[in-house]
Design a protein around this ligand. Structure first.
Ligand code: CTP
Length: 401
């Protein structure tokens, strides 16, 4: 049974009687082919010896934030990056409280803060503690931040109480973990993406640019990666770290972006043009810094190549997705661009309204294709990216069949 072949699971164990059940979870996960590393909080070690999990996982158990030996093998940031999924089971009321407050005073809490991967918690506590509004608030906060909360179960508790608070059974937790790794919708698909603004030089110290932050493009790159795509990101200058595993080609001007895209496009099956490319560049960039004279200064601008239109005009063209930023007549203008540039899909957003579009953390899209369309509701850019990638995967798969 290799249902989780090559999947890397970081299992966090906190202090609670259900810690003994986590041993069964480690056994099930390793039997399913996962590579499991266990991290224990100090309280967890009061219930079960680390050696138990070491024997079952085949790896040393991480317990200490300041363990020089462990840190030299794989430091805590590497460990946070190493995993595909971080599962805290059991997750005590105390741990959930600290996690929701952003504490980092033990190794497991630090990993929860440092990990960009999905985090799931399986609460386990006395039913009265679970019912307490403080615990409820903590869980609500965590859910709001995208943490997966699995359980708890109802039933008889170790303390003799009956009610909700039992940790989900290991077999159920295994099922939940498996469902996180359904087959990727873009497994092995090569996807090329542009993101961010471009900078068009005026002289050695000045340039023309725009307000694009690159956040939407970077979120799309990450969402595509999560669906198994091999992503190349051609990015203008932004203040963002590229998502782990994405191949980054950093450029500045529209001309450089054009050349980078044309160099990569032959290998790609999906092209998404998310960059806010300057439509014009300065006709002649000054060799030296332009000095003020008190006279009117005129800059002559010439058009830049339309990268998206050039890609979609290729003979062996990839599935092409464009973006349209509009302040009015959204559908009409977006559908116009869909046709003019011969695209498979276009994602349109309204700019100029507060709370979405350029620079914001949220977005809202209207996605159109020749004989249909779909709205993606106002949400965080990573959620919007996830839904957009789902839609692109669906349309791309349909176009290929
Ligand atoms: N695009 C591109 N290369 C350019 C200009 C735009 O690849 N030189 C892409 C963008 O990444 C985006 C789409 O084309 O996917 C935007 O189309 P465009 O017609 O340029 O939009 P606007 O600049 O908003 O057009 P207009 O000013 O006409 O509304």
């Amino acid at each position: 049974m290799q249902l989780l072949g090559n999947r890397k699971i970081l299992l966090g164990i906190t202090g609670g009687i259900a810690a003994y059940k986590a041993a069964e979870l480690v056994r099930l996960l390793t039997r399913a082919g996962a590579e499991v590393r266990v991290v224990m909080t100090p309280a967890a070690q009061e219930f079960v010896q680390p050696l138990t999990y070491q024997a079952l996982s085949g790896h040393r158990v991480y317990t200490d934030l300041f363990d020089a030996e462990a840190e030299s093998a794989m430091d805590h940031i590497e460990l946070a990056r190493w995993c595909d999924l971080l599962v805290v089971a059991p997750a005590s009321a105390d741990f959930l409280g600290k996690m929701s407050a952003g504490y980092a005073d033990n190794l497991l809490l630090t990993l929860c803060l440092a990990s960009k991967q999905p985090v799931a918690v399986a609460p386990a506590m006395n039913q009265q503690m679970f019912a307490n509004p403080a615990t409820r608030d903590n869980l609500r906060q965590l859910i709001g931040r995208g943490v997966l909360v699995w359980g708890p179960d109802e039933g008889e508790q170790a303390c003799g109480d009956v009610g909700p608070g039992r940790m989900l059974e290991p077999a159920q937790l295994l099922n939940n973990i498996l469902s996180q790794f359904g087959p990727g919708k873009l497994d092995g698909v090569r996807l090329l993406l542009t993101a961010g603004p471009t900078r068009e030089p005026i002289d050695p110290v000045r340039y023309i640019s725009n307000r694009s932050s690159g956040k939407m493009g970077y979120a799309i790159a990450e969402a595509a990666m999560k669906q198994g795509a091999r992503v190349t990101l051609v990015s203008g200058p932004v203040f963002l770290a590229p998502p782990f595993g994405v191949e980054l080609v950093a450029v500045e001007s529209a001309q450089q972006m054009y050349e980078a895209v044309m160099g990569e496009v032959a290998d790609c099956e999906i092209f998404i043009a998310c960059a806010a490319v300057s439509d014009y560049r300065v006709a002649e960039t000054a060799q030296h810094k332009i000095k003020k004279t008190g006279e009117v200064l005129t800059l002559q601008l010439v058009p830049n190549p339309d990268i998206l239109a050039e890609v979609s005009a290729l003979q062996a063209r990839p599935f092409c997705v464009g973006f349209a930023a509009e302040t009015e007549n959204l559908e009409q203008y977006a559908r116009g661009k869909l046709q003019q540039k011969n695209l498979d899909m276009i994602a349109a957003n309204r700019v100029g309204s507060a709370g979405s579009g350029f620079e914001a953390d949220f977005n809202q899209l209207e996605v159109y294709w020749i004989d249909g369309g779909q709205s993606i509701e106002h949400a965080g850019k990573s959620e919007v990216a996830k839904q957009l990638i789902d839609l692109i995967a669906e349309r791309y798969t349909r176009a290929r069949s």
